[in-house]
Design a protein around this ligand. Structure first.
Ligand code: MTE
Ligand code: MO
Length: 329
């Protein structure tokens, strides 16, 4: 997500491409210089490309049924934890990896309120019970035209919401990220109007593909990926998948959402992945898969075609029957 404050200069897509090449080149350099000797020399010499140390394994994770798993090559942990968007820690792709260590994901709880019969608070421990957790292997496509394939660990969002007994007035679900300038130093600047906010229509939230993730790669979610819990809505652009959630509010009106507030002509409320609707400043037809390629070959990673609804059309297109997807982008 390009920073709008810095986006006064046109040509952000070019900058984005350059950033990504730089990223890949640095990683190649790191490898060439031998990771082992760098580590021995007292840590990571290039802090901005530091990946997350392995987090604890999550016990008792069940594999999800096949409709929730892609067998495409998975993005390696090192890349999924070192190339992130998380503006609470800075606007650079490598800022979260370098700076998200100040986030304290325990203790943590999430308030669920608004149009529900039983408002309440969920301690994070409640969501980490073995045998309640499933592994879902999803593509996540950023609006900036890169994508990853990540094995998430989580629970269906719909199952959690149902516990609180939504009323008949609950038409939308609003989500909010933590606000804490000590833990999230990026919030000391008004880069965005904090808290980061997202929202879904109730039927989208209840769709079985939508999950709350508490882990990835069989392990506890690293801070830079949105610890201790984040949304994952795989048929929508990445910015809908809000991180480090502290509040879930059910309501009658369509909620405000961060990027729609910032630039309504560029980022819609729906944000369904759609190769036919260009972002005003670049095409959405293709994507760069941040994959397993490393070293020299990573420099020549081919762009692949973006699929409608990020490849989940068969499962979710029905939610939007009769809706003009060009107007409701
Ligand atoms: N709170 C919060 N959530 C966020 C963001 C953010 O800046 N703050 N960035 C979003 C964007 S633009 C993307 S692409 C995904 C990236 O998730 P990842 O870093 O786990 O790949 O997180 C989304 N969730
Ligand atoms: Mo994104």
């Amino acid at each position: 997500m390009p920073s709008l404050r810095s986006a006064q200069i046109p040509g952000i897509p070019e900058r984005e491409v350059t950033d990504e090449r730089l990223f890949l080149r640095r990683r190649e350099f790191l490898r060439a210089a031998s990771a082992a000797s760098l580590m021995a020399a007292g840590g990571i010499a290039f802090g901005e490309t530091a990946e997350a140390a392995l987090t604890d394994e999550l016990p008792g994770v069940l594999p999800a049924p096949p409709q929730f798993r892609t067998d495409e090559e998975q993005t390696p942990w090192s890349k999924a934890t070192s190339y992130n968007n998380f503006y609470e820690f800075g606007t650079g792709k490598d800022d979260p990896a370098a700076r998200a260590h100040t986030l304290r994901p325990r203790p943590w709880s999430v308030a669920v309120d608004g149009e529900v019969a039983r408002p309440g608070v969920v301690p994070i421990e409640d969501l980490l019970r073995p045998h309640a957790l499933e592994e879902r292997i999803y593509r996540l496509r950023c609006v900036e035209a890169w994508s990853m394939v990540i094995p998430w660990v989580g629970i269906p969002l719909g199952a959690l919401l149902a516990r609180f007994e939504p009323t008949s007035k609950a038409r939308y679900v609003a989500f909010e990220t933590l606000v804490d300038r000590e833990q999230m130093p990026g919030q000391r600047r008004r880069v965005l109007d904090w808290p980061y906010r997202e929202g879904l229509r109730m039927d989208e939230a209840m769709h079985p593909l939508a999950i709350l993730a508490v882990g990835m790669y069989g392990r506890v979610l690293p801070n830079q990926n949105g610890a201790p819990l984040r949304l994952v809505v795989p048929w929508k652009y990445g910015f809908k998948s809000i991180k480090s959630i502290v509040r879930i509010h059910l309501q009658e009106k369509q909620p405000r959402t961060t990027w729609n507030d910032e630039a309504p002509r560029e980022y819609g409320f729906y944000a369904n992945v759609n190769p036919e609707v260009d972002h005003p400043r670049w095409s959405q037809a293709r994507e760069r898969r941040i994959g397993g390629a490393s070293g020299f070959s990573a420099l020549f990673e081919q762009k692949i075609a973006t699929l409608p609804f990020n490849g989940y059309a068969e499962q979710v297109a029905g939610l939007y029957a009769g809706l003009d997807l060009r107007r409701n982008f």
